[in-house]
Design a protein around this ligand. Sequence first.
Ligand code: 9MR
Length: 359
Amino acid sequence: MAIAALTTLVALAHIAVAIPQTATAASSALPTATAVVPGLNFVAKSAGKLYFGTATDNPELNDTAYDHILDNFLQFGAITPANSMKWDATEPEPYVFTFEAGDVIADLAHENGMLLRGHNCVWYNQLPSWVTANNYTAPELAAIIQNRCATLVGHYRGQVYAWDIINEPFNDNGTYREDVFYNTLGTSYIPIALTAARAADPNAKLYINEYNNEYLGPKSTALLDLVKELKAEGVPIDGVGFQCHFVVGEVPTTMVENFQQYAAIGLEFAITELDIRMPLPATPEMLEQQKTDYDTVVSACMAVPNCVGISVWDWTDKYSWIPSTYPGYGEACPWDANFVRKPAYDGIVIALENRTSVL
Ligand code: 9MR
């Protein structure tokens, strides 16, 4: 970071410290956060991590109260577009690319001095129908993947810290997901995508991003084996993403041991999509458990130096994907729908501060 930017950060931090947090919408009896810190990214960076970040999405940016918090580098040092760099958003027709919405997020990251996490290049979901409907041959689909990764990653060359090049390639039992890519090309689609991405932006870290790989089990083993194989074959791969979409009270217990296996092969990794949902309505007890659970997950990242950063899958319940996907569940984020910090916020701070002598 440039010295000027760091000086500004420290100056802002002191201002922020001087102003105690007030809960603006504490009309309910539910507990709120009490930590008085400059922000999550500030604390994460002070603890030696590269960033504390968040996903965001273009429609949310019309909400000025939302923007006010999102744009605060003391809170968030990395941004991931939740939807606007996906295949359906960026290549709606074969070999025709649209980057307007993705550019808005890239510009936002740049203007705020935040890192950008690219998400994503190859995924079975949010695929435009042309990819699956045309019965492409293996050489045709290989060319489509190669061109997509080259064009997408090339468009954002120099702007992205890390790209989720491959998203969710495995089933929970450790077998490969039988999507159009695997069914047409076997596992060869993975090196095709990674190699094209490396050529398109040699400085971007290339990640494989997964869920249910956070704990010891067949899915994590399969991913670890894949990464070892890619490295042995000289295929570019820099990192693994652990999404961490969890349920309150059900956070896995083998995260640290699992993470250490990835560190042992020299890989960096990140918590890429953290949220911890609960059955609604929220109770003080569940919010307390959620605080413990956020602490547990962030502590697992703190315990292994190769864990470079943590991103939440949006910071506020107002825009969380959970209620529409898991009816009856919600309240998964560290800020509530009124932008009031929840006990979960304290859980994150406690985890980050336990390892630092700076603050
Ligand atoms: O947050 C995204 C949501 O707005 C979309 O409707 C959803 C559709 O697939 O994708 C969400 O993001 C997903 C991410 O890209 C990959 N991991 C799981 C995330 C939550 O579904």
